[in-house]
Design a binder for this molecule. Structure first.
Ligand code: NDP
Length: 251
């Protein structure tokens, strides 16, 4: 018996990176996990296989979050996998970054695509998920430190700022149902989104020098914080943002 035994979870963008680590952690804690992915079926299957090998339970569900129409398929797959069980934990983790989204390089088309995945999809996933979620459920949104430090990638930063607003509003409106809604805000973490960390030891050293704990993050560092909010231990925390970054730019 572990802390999430008998619970269920949907983790978006769980095929790779931080989402995969979150899915593995929630499954290790006992939850049946829906491993969502966009296009990389091989990676999603690998996540499910890793969970099962470790003795956990998971199934994969696909949907391109840039397309609102695909949310119906996501929830059809989710309902199939849950087989009549409610959804206890939703983690909105999937996102894209577009390094051309600077003030000079931004285009309306690229802006719309990024906001579709990073902002529109989480909102409408929550709207549907709430119908499956019992009182006392958990929602965790994965945002970014770029909401409090400036980077040139203004479009991405704006999208994460919007996600933070979603957390606070939802925490306010869903509190009467005992549903907690929080944000986990990773610092610089080694994933496919940050391939330069693995490719350039010099860049990695530069990041380490900005972090009090002296290194960049690993996906499991973020997953463990999500697990707190998902667990009973997080029951009295809602509407909050936890910066999970090893002490980035403390001074
Ligand atoms: P990765 O690029 O490693 O993984 C992205 C995940 O999102 C994949 O599972 C991918 O699915 C899915 N995804 C991307 N686009 C779509 C789409 N259109 N439709 C459906 N799924 C999609 O990202 P990270 O693990 O690095 O990031 C996870 C979260 O953490 C994001 O919200 C990110 O903004 C945030 N974050 C990351 C930081 C970092 O340093 N890495 C720092 C701060 C925040 P598929 O495999 O099918 O492509």
């Amino acid at each position: 018996m572990t802390v999430l035994t008998g619970r269920t979870a949907l983790v978006t963008g769980a095929s790779r990176g931080i989402g995969r680590a979150i899915a593995e952690r929630l499954a290790a804690d006992g939850a049946l996990v829906a491993v969502h992915y966009g296009s990389n079926e091989t990676a999603a299957r690998a996540t499910v296989a890793a969970i099962e090998q470790a003795g956990g339970q998971a199934f994969a569900v696909r949907a391109d979050l840039a397309e609102t129409a695909e949310l119906a398929a996501l929830f059809a797959g989710l309902r199939d996998g849950l087989a009549g069980r409610p959804l206890d934990i939703l983690v909105n983790n999937a996102a894209v970054i577009d390094y051309t989204g600077t003030i000079e390089g931004a285009t309306p088309e690229a802006f719309d695509r990024l906001f579709a995945v990073n902002v529109r999809a989480p909102l409408f996933i929550v709207q549907r998920a709430l119908q499956l979620m019992p009182d006392g459920s958990r929602i965790v949104n994965v945002s970014s430190g770029v909401t409090w430090f400036a980077t040139p990638d203004v479009v991405y930063g704006m999208s994460k700022g919007a996600l933070n607003v979603l957390t606070r509003s939802l925490a306010h409106t869903q509190g009467k149902r005992g549903i907690t809604v929080n944000t986990v805000s990773p610092g610089i973490t080694e994933t496919d989104m940050n391939t330069w960390l693995a490719e350039s030891p010099e860049a990695a050293r530069g990041v380490a020098n900005m972090v009090a704990l002296g290194r960049h993050g690993q996906p499991a560092d973020i997953a463990d914080a999500v697990a707190f909010f998902a667990s009973d231990d997080g029951r009295w925390v809602t509407g909050q943002t936890l910066e999970v970054n090893g002490g980035l730019w403390l001074g």
